[in-house]
Design a protein around this ligand. Structure first.
Ligand code: SIN
Ligand code: FE
Length: 309
């Protein structure tokens, strides 16, 4: 714990030999708060695509942290038109579409036990140097945090992210914290109120998700007590200097040309340094897990003794 390294040979064996036990144990490790690490990415990017991405000169802007690709609408946002000639915007769009499709195809095989019970969410390209970025506290990614979407509640669906360090020479440097149940125990109850079913409804969580795919799959896509708690936990972690300084953590360096995946809504993580990473997000149905009892919605509902979604 928390990093499980998967060599190309082990991956090949598991995928070709139908090693369902191995795959299920990787899923269980992921669900328990581990990082699945592929020192050599199973999804190498072509030299042309790499050139296109490394050529992007993003300016640090409060509006656009990253370049985002929305697979459902095939939309690209965040490319700086001032610094990117028109042709290059199209090229980036093509590269992001390809990356998104490639990751989904790979995870359909690798995460076979899930049987695609997920929604393909946004992909992103992170071209800025992470060290020394000047961001507002709640937007900082160099502080340990669990992910929560301020405007797009997941109603208990899990946030799974597949990353790729496309920097040809430099590592991407992370810090990873303790399993969710430990972390949540050090915040609630105490620093943070336990989630309560009435909490949220009172706050009028009528916010509908803009992601049409999600809305279709899960009608009445609004903020639930679960989402409210997860958002507050994200903020509380970043604002707590004592937690940041004293919590159990591990430093991890992701090699150039490597990939990794992690449930970022439960595994506390921070990026300290690195530049040029790709990422694809999946929202996974908690009922699809190999260990459904490990889902944060299950953990919190047990603690609260109430339904939270
Ligand atoms: C984050 O999700 O907090 C940032 C991770 C990264 O870009 O490496
Ligand atoms: Fe994050």
């Amino acid at each position: 714990m928390p990093v499980h390294s998967i060599s190309p040979a082990a991956l090949k064996r598991a995928l070709s030999g139908g090693e369902t036990e191995q795959i299920r144990s990787w899923c269980a490790a992921l669900e328990a708060g581990g990082v699945l690490y592929f020192p050599e990415t199973p999804l190498p990017i072509s030299a042309d695509d790499l050139d296109t991405l490394l050529g992007q000169q993003q300016t640090e802007s409060k509006l656009h942290k990253n370049i985002a690709y929305k697979p459902k609408s095939d939309e690209l946002t965040g490319v700086d038109a001032k610094t990117s000639p028109g042709a290059s915007v199209h090229q980036v769009h093509d590269v992001m579409r390809r990356y998104s499709q490639t990751v989904e195809r790979f995870l359909t095989r690798f995460l076979a036990p899930y049987r695609q019970r997920w929604v393909l969410d946004y992909a992103s390209y992170r071209p800025l140097e992470e060290k020394g970025r000047d961001l507002a506290l709640r937007r900082r990614n160099d502080l340990l945090h669990t992910d929560a979407f301020p405007t797009r509640p997941t109603r208990g669906w899990r946030i799974l992210r597949f990353f790729q360090n496309i920097n040809p020479t430099r590592t991407r440097d992370w810090v990873v914290g303790e399993p969710f149940s430990n972390v949540v125990g050090s915040f609630a109850p105490g620093k943070l109120a336990m989630p309560r079913a009435d909490n949220i409804l009172a706050r009028g969580g009528k916010q509908l998700a803009t992601a049409t795919g999600l809305a279709k799959l899960v009608p009445q896509w609004k903020r639930t007590p679960y989402d409210e708690f997860m958002m507050q936990l994200h903020n509380a972690m970043k604002e707590d200097t004592e937690f940041q300084d004293t919590c159990a953590k591990e430093y991890v360096e992701f090699a150039p040309g490597s990939s990794w995946m992690v449930y970022t809504e439960t595994v506390p993580h921070a990026v300290l340094a690195g530049q040029y990473a790709l990422e694809q997000t999946f929202l996974v149905d908690p009922a699809a897990l190999v260990t459904p009892e490990s889902a944060p919605v299950a953990v919190l509902e047990k603690m609260a003794g109430a339904r939270l979604v």
